[in-house]
Each structure stands twice: as C-alpha cells, then as structure tokens.
Design a protein around this ligand. Structure first.
Ligand SMILES: Cc1ncc(C[n+]2csc(CCOP(=O)(O)OP(=O)(O)O)c2C)c(N)n1
Ligand code: SF4
Length: 265
C-alpha cells in the first residue's frame, strides 16, 4: 500500500453503522491502489445534497458540494476544460434519480468522462425518511405512512437504455468487491455509473436482506460486453418489493468503449 492518507479533520456525523461508511472505505482503498497511476491532485470529487454528500468532507481530495442533483453536470463542465481531471460524483438516490435525473440521463447519453457513485439507500434520509424513486412499495416513510403511491424505477435499466458505457451495481456491505468496481469505473474511459445499495440503518435498514439476496455477476458467468444479457440481468430485480425469492445481481452489467463527449466536442 502507498501510505496515502485521505483522512480529514472533519467530524463524521453519519449514524453508527450507516452504509455510507462502506462506500467511504471502498473509495479510499480504490484511490490508494490507483495512486501510483493517478496523481491525487488530479482527482476532483463532488457531491449532491444529503447524508451521502458529507462524504466529500471526509476525503482529503479536491472537492465541492454541488446543489441538489447537480454534481454530475458541474463535473462534466470541469472535465471539458481540463482533461487531466479524474472526476467522481457521489450522489444520492433522491438527489440524482429525482432532482438531478435529467443530468444523469444526459451524462450517460453524452458519454461524459466521469464516474457517478449513487448512494442508493432508497430514502431521502437527511430530511428524515421520505420516499425516493427507488423506494419499494412497502416503504413506510413519514410522508407516506402507507407506502409510496407509485412504483420505483430501476436505475440500472435506465442507465443501460440511456447509453451509459459502464453500468454496475455494488453493495456497501461488500467493501472489497465495491472497491474493485470503483477502480474499474474510474479507469473506464467515458461515463461510468455504479448504483451502490447503501443501507440506511435509521430509515431503511436493508443490510441483512442484501447480504442474503445479492450474488456476483462475475461468478455467474455474465458477459459484460453483451448488452441484451445486461438488460436481462438488470430486470432480474425490479426494486418494487423486497421479496424472499429476489436475486440481486451486483457487479458490472455492461461495459463498452465509445468516443467520449469531450472527444466529440
Ligand atoms: C432543490 C432542493 N430541494 C430540496 C432540498 C432539501 N433536501 C436536502 S437533503 C434532501 C434529501 C436527500 O436525499 P438523498 O439524495 O436520497 O440523500 P441521502 O440523505 O439519503 O443520502 C432534501 C430533499 C434541497 N436541499 N434542495
Ligand atoms: S440517516 Fe441513514 S443515510 Fe443518513 S447517516 Fe443515518 S444511517 Fe446513514
């Protein structure tokens, strides 16, 4: 290991046991392991607004908070004017699948050269547990005590159809696996997307459920160059009900090389 120290002086205010700690650790490890190839000063990390957003306070790299849902388009602009930058956006499921949804779709459509890491806890957690676009039908939040009156979206399927050139799902409870996904996403030329299943222990604690139901695509013989196979795997779990027979694939669904936005601009 390189001895890279990414710690900051900021006090960590996440709830003990929050899935965000797994994402933070996986990212730190990924950066440490990439530090022989990528100078630390080339990283720019940005966040949306929410519990997830605090992650930029806890990592000693160039960073900023965007406004809600706008981390990715800020990074897109920075990368267009400086192609040395390695841009990573940490965004929330409420943040980017609701407020920022158009920016996410267009970053994928354009193949903008950046990485999006979604802390998908399926809850607006900083604001105390309202339903988001990925909350299941049985999610009982304060604003919807009987559950959301609409079905959740499937962000992996959405990113495949929007043209993303790297589409993955990780689990914050499997740090070594998530670290490898983050490294692969950062090394990918073009838009890379990781939906990270991030249990919120306070408003929607899914740790035990994901531990039981996740399986790894690479161990199941999945070919990430096969778009149709990726779509099929993406549809395997539909987010709408966390049933006992669910199988939740994690790993790289799809990866292809295409010209990036900056190359075409
Ligand atoms: C434009 C805008 N709308 C609403 C808010 C209020 N707000 C702050 S954090 C937040 C919830 C964020 O939820 P999510 O993105 O899922 O992140 P989490 O807290 O779960 O990590 C909301 C609605 C805001 N700051 N700006
Ligand atoms: S409210 Fe949920 S997402 Fe926010 S810090 Fe606590 S456990 Fe984590």
């Amino acid at each position: 290991m390189s001895g890279v120290n990414l710690k900051t002086y900021a006090e960590n205010t996440w709830c003990p046991g929050c899935g965000n700690f797994g994402i933070l650790r996986a990212f730190e490890m990924a950066v440490e392991e990439l530090s022989s190839e990528i100078p630390l000063e080339n990283f720019v990390i940005a966040s949306g607004i929410g519990c997830h957003g605090k992650i930029v306070d806890y990592i000693n790299l160039n960073s900023f908070y965007s406004i809600h849902g706008r981390a990715l388009n800020n990074l897109e602009g920075m990368r267009l004017i400086n192609d040395k930058l390695v841009c990573v956006g940490f965004v929330g499921d409420g943040d980017i699948y609701a407020e920022g949804i158009s920016h996410l779709i267009f970053a994928a459509k354009r193949n903008a050269n950046l990485t999006a890491i979604v802390h998908d806890n399926r809850s607006y957690s900083l604001t105390t547990g309202q339903f988001t676009p990925t909350s299941p039908s049985h999610f009982k939040g304060k604003s919807t005590p009987e559950g959301p009156p609409e079905d959740p979206m499937n962000p992996v399927l959405l990113m495949l159809s929007a043209g993303a050139t790297f589409v993955a799902r990780g689990f914050a409870g499997d740090i070594p696996h998530l670290k490898e996904l983050i490294k692969a996403a950062i090394k990918h030329k073009g838009f890379s997307f990781i939906d990270v299943l991030q249990p919120c222990v306070t408003f929607y604690n899914t740790f035990a459920y994901y531990r039981k139901h996740c399986y790894k695509l690479e161990e199941a013989g999945h070919d990430p160059t096969d778009f149709n196979a990726a779509v099929e795997r993406a549809r395997e779990w539909d987010y709408s009900a966390d049933t006992e027979d669910a199988r939740i694939p994690i790993g790289i669904f799809y990866q292809v090389e295409k010209p990036t936005y900056e190359e075409r601009v």
